[in-house]
Design a protein around this ligand. Structure first.
Ligand SMILES: Cc1ncc(COP(=O)(O)O)c(C=O)c1O
Length: 389
């Protein structure tokens, strides 16, 4: 590797012929500069020296920050490898990123189609959009039900796999139908991560995600991002970020970038264990409604295997009652009873405790971490035994 400024040209992580691990460890890194760190540290700056005309790239800390720039390049290289037309913007959280797309693209009188089984804050967004005179229609994630409500829509929002039900929709088919009607398509890519699914390659206009989950993977950062391929639409998203000011702190952005270097390691380990966990749970009589898109007999497997390269680290299932589910969670030793997902430490929760999802009382969302698979499976099976009446 060159030890002086400049290097041999081309961002090292942007080599589209390299494997996912190689691209993840190098994603977004600047060319090597002698005596500079590999990944420059967080730039803590509310403002930058700016004599004369106020031109960019760095003027005021709500508009741009060099630490974001590196992170945005890293995410862009993974979400849209080799695409010069794609742009990525980072946000303070997944919700900030989702809001930025919805509120920058929709106007009073527009129609948006949202999932009725997606992340539980979507109904809050729906209510907010409606107060601005935007008509919101909903459809379940699986089964192409969106097709029946697309006429006249300006934007189709899909979340695949969906949280917490893990349904999957055929992104290409829905994009084709939406574009034929002049509607934009945004895909929430949180569960899949960019190593599991690349919505822009499937034709979507935006890939939007919470980076709080498996992308950063340590349960210590809130982050969101939007990757889009239409310059005008992305200019509106950028403008929204400036207006709303929902920006990530430099420390969070830097931590996120550092975490992305281990994305392939974490994702491969966690997702392989998730499949083992799902296979072990499938054998248990008290477990019903088991969902994991990577299971061959999962209702989503066929469509998932056409568009996903990895199936995620979340497994969901139902135990016979609320009390049984609570006892099960209580008996686990290696799995924290906590919300969120995607972290290296396994977590699980009884999703019904929040009241926002249409799930049975005994429904468990389990996020599989990076523990040894044998230990984790043993802990889950032991907790199932101990929680029996
Ligand atoms: C699918 C999905 N999208 C978006 C979000 C919101 O992300 P954040 O919590 O980073 O705002 C979540 C959070 O759980 C999620 O599961």
């Amino acid at each position: 590797m060159n030890d002086s400024a400049g290097g041999d040209g081309g961002a090292p992580g942007a080599d589209t012929s390299a494997g996912d691990g190689t691209r993840a460890v190098r994603a977004g890194l600047p060319e090597p500069v002698k005596h500079e760190p590999t990944l420059p540290g967080p730039v803590f700056a509310a403002h930058f020296h700016l004599p004369g005309d106020p031109t960019g790239p760095y003027t005021y800390g709500r508009d741009e920050n060099p630490t974001w720039t590196h992170l945005e390049r890293a995410i862009g290289e993974l979400e849209a490898p080799g695409r010069d037309d794609a742009e990525t913007l980072v946000f303070a959280s997944g919700m900030a990123a989702i809001s930025a797309v919805l509120f920058s693209q929709l106007r009073a009188g527009d129609v948006a189609v949202l999932p009725d089984d997606g992340y539980q804050a979507l109904p809050l967004l729906r209510a907010q959009l409606e107060t601005y005179g935007i008509e919101v229609r909903t459809a379940p994630t699986g089964g192409d039900a969106q097709l029946a409500v697309l006429d006249g829509a300006r934007l189709l929002w899909i979340e695949t796999p969906s949280n917490p039900g893990l349904d999957v929709c055929d992104v290409r088919r829905l994009v084709e139908a939406a574009h034929a009607r002049g509607a934009l398509v945004a895909v929430d890519n949180t569960l899949a991560t960019p190593l599991g699914q690349r919505p822009l390659e499937l034709g979507a206009d935006f890939s939007v995600a919470s980076g709080t989950k498996q992308l950063t993977g340590h349960g210590d950062v809130l982050l969101g991002y939007v990757t889009g391929r239409d310059a005008e639409a992305m200019a509106a998203v950028r403008r929204w970020r400036k207006i709303a000011g929902a920006i990530p702190g430099p420390m969070e952005a830097w931590l996120a970038h550092r975490s992305i270097s281990t994305l392939q390691l974490r994702v491969d380990r966690q997702n392989a264990t998730a499949l083992k966990v799902a296979e072990a749970l499938r054998e248990r009589p008290e477990v019903t409604g088991l969902r994991y898109p990577g299971l061959r007999d999962d209702p989503s497997h066929e469509v998932a295997s056409r568009q996903m390269r990895r199936y995620g680290c979340v497994v969901s299932f139902t135990l016979p009652s609320r009390a049984r589910a609570d006892r099960f969670l209580d008996a686990l030793r290696l799995v924290d009873d906590a919300t969120s997902f995607g972290g290296v430490r396994s977590t699980a929760e009884r999703r019904g405790r929040w009241g926002g999802d249409a799930v049975p009382e005994g429904f468990i969302r389990l996020s599989v971490g990076a523990e040894d698979p044998e230990d984790l499976v043993a802990d889950l099976l032991r907790a199932l035994e101990r929680s029996a009446d």
